[in-house]
Design a protein around this ligand. Structure first.
Ligand SMILES: CC(C)(COP(=O)(O)OP(=O)(O)OC[C@H]1O[C@@H](n2cnc3c(N)ncnc32)[C@H](O)[C@@H]1OP(=O)(O)O)[C@@H](O)C(=O)NCCC(=O)NCCS
Length: 184
């Protein structure tokens, strides 16, 4: 049986800035979290925001490979992912978001560690645009924690995206990052 939930009081250490009175819960999402996943994604102002329906679907059908973090009961961040149908030992991370009020406190790192542990995957894939230093650092940190490397290759190049209606510009290229092997 997987341990899908962790609840802890934020500790006062170099790794976790002091917020001693807070309770952080990291758990799999349920249907009633779907709206919060959408709200957090929208609030980042940088993610491709999907429909509220998509987040409800994710909270129902991909809950075991996704996590939501709450701080004192308030939705603070999430990760959505799935096991690749063609290779179930690979966890693909779709979106990672932490509400701006809770960033820089290793919340994303802890949420990522939890979803990786829950998934039992031996390999992780995600895509990142070249301007997203925080996301690149997040996944590089995961590789470091697992004593392994992160590699990068082309995947969704600009030309694969449709031009945006107003500007005519294309979405930035999403490079494929792979972390393997993951410790289980
Ligand atoms: C990416 C994001 C989830 C990181 O959340 P976070 O909780 O602040 O991240 P953490 O505190 O766990 O930090 C993880 C790593 O990123 C680094 N980092 C965090 N913010 C950073 C920034 N703005 N620039 C560069 N590095 C950054 C940290 O130093 C840490 O690296 P380290 O382990 O080498 O010290 C958050 O910035 C976010 O929601 N951004 C908007 C949405 C997004 O871009 N999502 C990713 C694409 S799907």
């Amino acid at each position: 049986m997987l341990s899908l939930t962790s609840v802890e009081a934020m500790s006062n250490s170099a790794d976790s800035p002091a917020h001693n009175s807070e309770t952080i819960e990291i758990r799999t999402p349920s249907l009633t979290d779907g709206a919060d996943l959408w709200r957090i994604a929208e609030g980042t102002g940088v993610l491709d925001v999907n429909t509220p329906y998509a987040y409800l679907l994710w909270a129902r059908d991909f809950a075991e490979t996704s996590v939501i973090a709450t701080v004192d009961g308030e939705a603070a961040g999430f990760i959505s992912g799935y096991l690749k149908p063609t290779d179930p030992s690979t966890l693909f991370i779709w979106q990672v978001a932490v509400d701006s009020r809770f960033r820089g406190r290793r919340l994303a790192s802890r949420v990522l560690a939890q979803v990786v542990a829950n998934s039992g995957a031996g390999r992780l894939e995600t895509t990142i645009t070249s301007d997203n230093a925080a996301s690149i650092a997040l996944f590089t940190g995961l590789a470091r924690d697992h004593g392994t490397e992160i590699t990068k290759q082309d995947l969704f190049t600009e030309d694969l995206f449709p031009p945006q209606e107003e500007s005519g510009e294309h979405h930035a290229a999403e490079d494929l990052y792979t972390v393997e092997p993951l410790k289980r």
